[in-house]
Design a binder for this molecule. Structure first.
Ligand code: RRO
Length: 385
C-alpha cells in the first residue's frame, strides 16, 4: 500500500502535504483549477491587493541556470474581490474538495484589514495567508524585517477575531538574533497565527547580463527576489529554526527551492507540516505535484515510513554513526547506479550486467584457447602469421 502523504495544517485536513506556493501560476481560476486536479493537497491563490493591478514593468523575471530564478513581479493580481468570488472559487476547485486558501498582500496595513473584513466568514474560504515578505513593491520595505511593523500587523489582525485560520508568509532570516526577534513577536500572537510559511524569496538580489552590461530585469534597478534550488538551504534552516522557536501550536510550512520528493522529505524532517512549491511549479507546471508526490511516496516506501508523522520534525543530531550509515547507503546507491548505467538501466539491470560480464570472460577464455590452438597449428604448418 502506498504511504500516506496526508497532513493537518492549521486544523485543515490535506490529502497531500504538498501544495502550491502563492505566486507562480496562481493568479487565475484557470491556473488554480490545474493545481486542484493535480496531486496538490490544497489550492493557494496569488497574493491579492484591494484593486486589480498589472505589476512591475517587463521584463521582470529571469530564469537561466537551473540553480536560481529571480522575479520582481510587483504583485500582479486580479484584486481581492476576484479571489473572494464564488464563481472564482468554484472554478478554481474544479469539483474537488481541496481547501481553497487566500493570500493577501495589501499596500498598507489598512488594506490588509479591509481585505480580511471582506473575507469575513465566507464559507468557501478555508484559510488566509498574510504575506509579510514581498520584496518587490517599489517604495515599500519587507514588512517582517521590521519588528515594529511585524508586531503592529499581528496585533491589529489579532483584534479582528478572524473566522478563518491565519498563516503568515515570512522572509528568510540569516542570523540567530533575527530569528529570535521574529519568533518572539509571533509567539505573542500564537492564538491568532495558525501557521508560518518560511520562506519568501531572498529579496533584493541582482543578476547582471554580462553581454549588455546591465541588470537582467527591468524594475527596481534590477533588484528582485531569488528562488529555486539555491535558496533551499536557507529555507531548510528557517523551517528548522522556526520549528524550534515557535509555540508548538503554530504549524510551519516549508517553502523555497523544493524540486523533488527528497526535498519535501528534508523539509518535513526539519519540522514542516506541509510544503509549498513555487519556482518548480512555475517552470514545470502543475504536473510537478504528481511527480513530487510520487517521489516522496517512493522514498517513504524505501525507508519503511507509512505516514509523514513518523519522521516529521525528527532531524537527528550529527553523529559519527550517521556518517558511517550515510557512507554505506551512498556506496550501495552508487554501485546500483553504476550497474544500471552499464546495463542500460531499468529493473533487473543488475542481473543483465552480471550476465554480460560472464559472457565477456567466456569470450576471452575461448579467444585465448583458440589463439593457442592457432599458434600450434601455424607452427605445425610452418606458416608465419
Ligand atoms: O509579486 C511579486 O513580485 C512577489 C511577491 Br507578492 C512575493 O511575495 N514574493 C516574490 O518573490 N514576488
Amino acid at each position: 500500500m502506498a504511504p500516506s502523504l496526508s497532513t493537518t495544517l492549521a486544523g485543515l485536513s490535506l490529502e497531500s502535504c504538498i501544495f502550491n506556493a502563492s505566486g507562480p501560476r496562481s493568479g487565475t481560476d484557470s491556473a488554480l483549477s490545474k493545481v486542484a486536479t493535480s496531486r496538490a493537497g490544497a489550492i493557494l491563490a496569488k497574493s491579492a491587493t484591494i484593486e486589480e493591478q498589472t505589476g512591475n514593468p517587463l521584463p521582470r523575471t529571469w530564469q537561466c541556470d537551473g540553480v536560481a530564478s529571480m522575479n520582481s513581479e510587483g504583485l500582479p493580481n486580479k484584486g481581492i474581490d476576484y479571489y473572494l468570488a464564488e464563481e472564482t472559487i468554484t472554478s478554481s476547485k474544479a469539483g474537488t474538495d481541496k481547501p481553497y486558501m487566500l493570500s493577501i498582500s495589501g499596500h498598507t496595513l489598512a488594506d490588509n484589514v479591509e481585505m480580511l473584513k471582506r473575507m469575513g466568514d465566507n464559507p468557501l474560504i478555508d484559510a488566509v495567508e498574510l504575506n509579510l515578505a514581498c520584496p518587490n513593491v517599489i517604495g515599500h520595505p519587507i514588512i517582517a524585517y521590521d519588528m515594529e511593523q511585524l508586531e503592529e500587523a499581528l496585533s491589529t489582525v489579532s483584534k479582528l477575531k478572524l473566522k478563518k485560520p491565519l498563516g503568515i508568509k515570512m522572509p528568510p532570516f540569516f542570523d540567530g538574533v533575527h530569528f529570535a526577534a521574529a519568533a518572539e513577536v509571533i509567539n505573542k500572537y500564537k492564538k491568532s497565527v495558525a501557521y508560518v510559511a518560511s520562506i519568501n524569496t531572498i529579496g533584493n538580489a541582482l543578476v547582471v547580463d554580462v553581454h549588455a552590461e546591465m541588470p537582467a530585469i527591468n524594475p527596481k534597478g534590477g533588484f528582485g527576489g531569488i528562488s529555486g534550488p539555491a535558496v533551499k538551504y536557507t529555507a531548510l534552516a528557517n523551517v528548522k529554526k522556526m520549528r524550534e522557536l515557535l509555540d508548538p501550536s503554530i504549524d510551519i510550512v516549508g517553502v523555497g527551492g523544493v524540486e523533488s520528493g527528497t526535498d519535501v522529505f528534508e523539509m518535513l524532517l526539519c519540522g514542516a507540516t506541509a510544503v509549498q512549491i513555487g519556482t518548480k511549479h512555475w517552470i514545470e507546471g502543475p504536473a510537478c505535484f504528481d511527480r513530487i508526490a510520487g517521489e516522496l511516496e517512493e522514498l517513504m516506501l524505501k525507508k519503511g515510513y507509512k505516514s509523514i508523522d513518523e519522521f516529521k520534525g525528527k532531524l537527528k543530531p550529527w553523529s559519527k554513526e550517521g556518517v558511517a550509515l550515510s557512507r554505506k547507503a551512498k556506496k550501495a546507491a552508487g554501485e546500483t547506479a553504476l550497474v544500471s548505467t552499464k546495463a542500460g538501466g531499468g529493473a533487473g539491470a543488475g542481473g543483465s550486467a552480471t550476465m554480460s560480464a560472464f559472457c565477456a570472460v567466456l569470450v576471452m577464455i575461448i579467444a585465448v584457447l583458440l589463439a593457442d590452438k592457432f599458434d600450434a597449428l601455424s607452427l605445425k604448418l610452418g606458416a608465419n602469421f
